[in-house]
Design a protein around this ligand. Structure first.
Ligand SMILES: *Cc1c(COP(=O)(O)O)cnc(C)c1O
Length: 217
């Protein structure tokens, strides 16, 4: 997977070291995660709180970095604030406020990305591009969170130019946040089927499940 990322980076004139890999381990048990960790992978993504907590406990000795990437309900924010390093899927202020309140002071601030719905109605999660800058400003002001950037899951398409268009929209939004004075460094975009287009448009973190672990069952 690093080779595929490096080759895409080279093709689009980017430093391969500027694209980090989040291994999306949702639905997979602890054993294959431990195997990948032994091969040097540190960051893992999960989208269900309970399933993730079981694995985080089972693998606690490995010092892994856990990223929450799924829809987050208000009644599940506490275990996420207490057990994860990142949340990629913040799409409303109420969730961000709870995460900030519940983040233990013994841990560094929780890194968060705002999830943006760049494809209009096709997906339900994510704030609209129009509302993203205001939400970003509010989230950046919360004391126990560190706003890192933006995340998107565009509607799937086989058309490379179409994939790039959606990712470009997210990159331009991030540039706007920077112009507004926010200090952000992360474009969380690109999955198994579209990571080349995401890297072409400036992705700094690709979230890859199937292409690493195989088809989910
Ligand atoms: C499942 C998932 C991924 C990984 O998708 P693949 O197509 O298996 O690479 C990435 N991001 C999010 C938010 C996911 O839920």
């Amino acid at each position: 997977m690093r080779a595929r990322i490096a080759s895409a980076a080279q093709q689009f004139g980017r430093d391969p070291g500027s694209v980090s890999l989040l291994a999306v381990s949702k639905t997979w048990p602890a054993a294959p995660i431990a195997e990948l960790a032994a091969a040097g992978q540190r960051a893992f993504g999960e989208n269900h709180v309970q399933e993730a907590l079981d694995k985080i406990r089972a693998l606690a000795a490995l010092d892994l970095e856990w990223h929450f990437i799924g829809p987050l309900q208000a009644n599940k924010t506490r275990p996420v604030a207490e057990n994860f390093a990142w949340v990629h899927s913040v799409d409303r202020l109420r969730i961000a406020e709870r995460l900030s309140l519940q983040r233990p002071t013994s841990l560094p601030p929780l890194s968060v990305c705002i999830q943006v719905n760049v494809s209009g109605e096709t997906t339900k999660s994510g704030v609209s591009a129009a509302d993203a800058p205001a939400l970003a400003r509010s989230v950046a002001a919360l004391p126990r969170l560190r706003l890192r950037g933006l995340m998107a899951i565009p509607a799937p398409t086989d058309d490379f130019a179409g994939q790039r268009r959606a990712f470009r929209c997210l990159r331009e939004l991030l540039e706007r946040l920077t112009a507004d004075g926010l200090s952000v460094d992360t474009l969380s975009m690109g999955m198994s089927d579209d990571l080349e287009a995401a890297i072409a448009e400036g992705s700094t973190l690709v979230r890859v499940g199937t292409a690493i672990f195989g088809e989910r069952y």
